[in-house]
Design a protein around this ligand. Structure first.
Ligand SMILES: Nc1ncnc2c1ncn2[C@@H]1O[C@H](COP(=O)(O)OP(=O)(O)OP(=O)(O)O)[C@@H](O)[C@H]1O
Ligand SMILES: [Mg+2]
Length: 314
């Protein structure tokens, strides 16, 4: 066992201990193959952009909860700002979260703020943004929340890209792909498009990637005894419940940990996953059944049943 969590032997520990174990689960990050592909792509774009003649742009997309922010956070943490002079810091990777319903001026203000210039602006300030990007020696710009851009802010971003000549990563949920449909110029800037897709459970390769994720997870769970997530009966139920989206898997793990610790149990069992599932409401899947409450569970049949119900209801 890789962890330092002692046996509870049926006795519920203190809330402090519960908190420690839950925080441990929240801190687990699995470096699964798709995650690593994105991380390596970011590294490569960063390296290629150094003193390049043209910007090395990348569009990173995926469904909500797939792990885009998580992987970006890890990449950005590798290049923290550092003091250059007593007056300003160098910011190798500028990570900006696009404000909700962004306008060109609110986006410009946010970029300036993240560059350490805390004075809001009413204007679009492209010149100011450009000179601060150069002054702070920014080597890559990451704009997260592409779904909050509209045609005006997209134009602002395009102009900025043309002026700064550094790699720009635009990141958003899959639906933000619409941006490229009506804007061939933007599409040309972001020819490189990379999906952080959810896990699939189909062919051998896909299934083994999903089982790999569960394996890393089960080894790090904060319990004295091993939990078996990779056993077919559990893994298929977990896949059905999450459809391979990392955030749902993590929510289940967090809630199941709470249930197990509250019962003083030393591993996560089917019953804890059953209770955990009941606590998490998946609004987007009205016909989902609790797979952990079923004695017999057949992944394909249940997915088919859900699809049929969705079709009849539409
Ligand atoms: N590789 C991973 N290992 C462990 N947990 C992960 C991983 N990727 C994502 N998660 C879990 O999923 C949650 C959601 O991830 P994240 O916020 O990165 O998704 P996102 O793709 O940015 O979603 P959104 O489009 O809604 O912003 C994280 O808080 C974390 O719990
Ligand atoms: Mg995110």
């Amino acid at each position: 066992m890789e962890n330092e969590f002692s046996e509870m032997k049926g006795v519920r520990p203190s809330n402090e201990e519960l908190r420690r174990r839950v925080e441990h689960v929240k801190s687990i990050i699995v470096h699964h193959p798709i995650y690593m592909t994105v991380l390596e792509e970011l590294e490569m774009r960063f390296a290629l952009g150094n003193d390049s003649l043209t910007s090395e742009c990348l569009y990173l997309y995926g469904p909500t909860g797939a792990g885009k922010s998580t992987v970006i956070r890890e990449f950005v943490s590798r290049y923290p700002p550092f003091s250059k002079t007593s007056e300003y810091s160098s910011v190798p990777v500028l990570h900006v979260k696009v404000p909700l319903k962004a306008t060109a001026s609110s986006l410009a203000s946010k970029v300036l703020l993240d560059l350490g210039y805390p004075f809001p602006t009413r204007r679009t300030e492209l010149n100011h943004v450009r000179s601060l990007i150069m002054e702070r020696e920014v080597k890559m710009l990451i704009l997260e929340g592409a779904e909050h851009l509209n045609s005006k802010t997209i134009n602002w971003v395009k102009t900025l890209i043309g002026e700064v000549n550094i790699p720009v990563v635009l990141c958003g949920i899959s639906e933000s792909m619409w941006m490229f449909v009506n804007d061939p110029q933007l599409n040309r800037l972001f020819t490189n498009k990379l999906e952080l897709a959810p896990f699939r459970y189909g062919n051998k390769k896909e299934t083994s990637a999903f089982l790999g994720f569960l394996h890393v997870m089960e080894r790090q769970l904060p319990f004295a005894k091993p939990t078996n997530l990779t056993e077919k009966t559990i893994a298929e139920r977990l896949y059905y419940a999450s459809l391979g989206v990392a955030s749902y898997l993590m929510q289940l793990m967090i809630e199941a940990t709470i249930c197990a610790v509250n019962d003083g149990d030393d591993s996560i069992e089917l019953e804890h996953l059953n209770q955990a599932f009941e606590r998490i409401k998946l609004i987007s899947r009205p016909f989902i059944v609790n797979p952990f409450a079923l004695d017999d569970f057949e992944l394909e049949a249940e997915l088919k049943r859900e699809k049929g119900n969705n079709f009849r209801a539409s």
